[in-house]
Design a protein around this ligand. Sequence first.
Ligand SMILES: [Fe+2]
Ligand SMILES: [Fe+2]
Length: 166
Amino acid sequence: MRYVERLLQDIEYVTLVKKQEEAEADRRFCRHGLSHFLDVARIAWIMCFEEAAKEHRMLDGWKKEQIYLTALLHDLGRLAERKEGIPHHQAGADLAKYFLKKIDWPLDKQQEILNAIQGHRGEEKLNNEFTNLIKKADNKSRNCFFCDMQEACNWNCERKNKTIQS
Ligand SMILES: [Fe+2]
Ligand SMILES: [Fe+2]
């Protein structure tokens, strides 16, 4: 995954993720650092892979990279939300655009990633398969059944995960 490698070796990206992790170090609810990004990436990839296998469908060679990039970028706006009050899906989409350009991700493949970041919040299903995949993986990445903050969390009962993604 050469574009993913480029992003993970980008000092500006790494610094931003680390700053975000530091800012959330005392947060008692779900955090938004590299572990979360990778959980989302891996769950989304597994779901995508399983769906394709079920239908005996070959996956486009770009798919895995697209999923990982989206997951690695989807919550990058949390720091801007914290500091400047900009909703993180918006701040994140702007940052994603910047980093995708920096790593030379093809322009014609950019929009789907930006749409998924813009639309990754909330519970409603959207009319976009890729965005829904990321939303679902984002949701499933949280181990609510194991979390001490269950009671205080503002996710509704339906949304809280009662078990692991299977
Ligand atoms: Fe988010
Ligand atoms: Fe997330």
